[in-house]
Design a protein around this ligand. Structure first.
Ligand code: MG
Length: 159
């Protein structure tokens, strides 16, 4: 069996009046992420981790933020397309573990919905997709509520 791991990180600024998409779901909040796509940092971090593990470069090389085709796109579509590329290389997912860093809003009550959503898109066991959230204790851009960062680690394997 061949086993590979990947890591992905993404950051987007927050602005008032934008929709907050995180982990594939829309969360009620007065701010949302500014981005060319829907700004789902968590999904973008997972895409980059998957691509890295499969040796397929990064999200920007497939879905550039200069391409009008991806303006406002639902990041779940990008996630599925990413998984299609990973599967084409003959790999399946072992597990995905993620961390989202943000001061507000509290997302703990949304984590199960996110895991259900994303594991469904990736056609994997929900038990193998975990999402943690942390504040940064008011430190840094996340702590000042200027932006959100997300980190993802994945393991993929081929029999
Ligand atoms: Mg992004």
């Amino acid at each position: 069996m061949k086993i590979k791991t990947g890591i992905g990180i993404d950051v987007h600024p927050l602005a008032e009046g934008k929709a907050l998409w995180l982990g594939g779901i829309k969360i009620a909040h007065e701010k949302g992420c500014v981005a060319h796509s829907d700004g789902d940092v968590l999904v973008h971090a997972i895409c980059d981790a998957l691509l890295g593990a499969a040796g397929l470069n990064d999200i920007g090389s497939y879905f550039p933020d200069t391409d009008p085709a991806y303006k406002g796109i639902d990041s779940k579509i990008l996630l599925r397309r990413t998984m299609d590329m990973v599967e084409k290389q003959g790999y399946a997912i072992g597990n995905i573990d993620c961390v989202v860093c943000l001061q507000r809003p509290k997302i703990k009550m949304h984590v199960l919905d996110m895991r259900e959503c994303l594991s469904g898109i990736l056609d994997m066991d929900i038990a193998d997709l975990t999402i943690k959230a942390t504040t940064t204790e008011h430190l840094g851009f996340e702590g000042r509520e200027e932006g959100i960062s997300a980190y993802a680690s994945v393991l993929i394997f081929k029999l």
